[in-house]
Design a binder for this molecule. Sequence first.
Ligand code: GLU
Length: 306
Amino acid sequence: MQQIIDDIAAQMASKTDKGKVASYIPQLAQVAPEQFAITVALPDGAIYSAGCAKTLFSIQSISKVFTLTLALGKLGERLWNRVGREPSGDPFNSIVQLEHENGKPRNPFINAGAITVADIILQGHQPKETLAEILQFMRFVANDDTISIDEKVARSELETGDRNASLAHFMASFGHFENPVDSVLGTYFHHCSIAMNTIQLATAGLFLANDGVNPTTGYRVVSPKRAKRINSLMLMCGHYDGSGEFAFRVGLPGKSGVGGGIMAVAPGKASIAVWAPGLDPIGNSKLGTQALELLARKTGWSVFGQ
Ligand code: GLU
């Protein structure tokens, strides 16, 4: 495994087109594009890394997998009254579908869906309390108490978050929100601004690769059925309107973030985190996707077969 990922890291280092770092969040635009990291965490506890696997980056939309897990823990199946579970085929921050579908987002991973999930998790609490709960959950699944929120990124998102604010107000206009829009948005921007490295992220995803139990700690995080369903949502919706392409090329459930990270799950086999800040035009990590494509090919881990 070490040889496989060293080889992948070397191949990625030689690529000249590394994509473009996200610029609509000014703080993310400052990240150096040539960085690359990959970590593969196995259910037996073995962890393999290559590249700058200890460098923290903004996990952005990857956080939506964990807020969805928390929201499912609170509402169970009733969550699906508020959010759909179909691929959107639209960009991550699109407002178009929302009007046709009366303010009910297509899935929990597009921005509108994740903002709704933030409303669900808030349950009348102050954003500060809810963020503490989200952080505690991240630390629990990653088995690492140092994980925290990058306040500079959160502020940067807040200051430039007109599109997300529009989505939130639009949904609120249908009477769907239970908390003040500002509290929901503040919670959303802050959980997107959690900073992690690929070792922490691969560890955090292990419960999804291991029928709901995090083998690092031995704790059950979710039931096997729930783990399976979160994985299926990641496969169908984890890369926005690039989800079909990612399934075609990589064949693993995965969730991307505009910080350039991707968390992918090979059920029963491994949890993988990659980070390369340059994005493709859809907003998914360009080299991260290529690295996962190579890894899936070399290991035969695609859920669709060899
Ligand atoms: N916080 C980002 C936004 O709302 C998340 C987008 C992403 O990572 O894809 O625009």
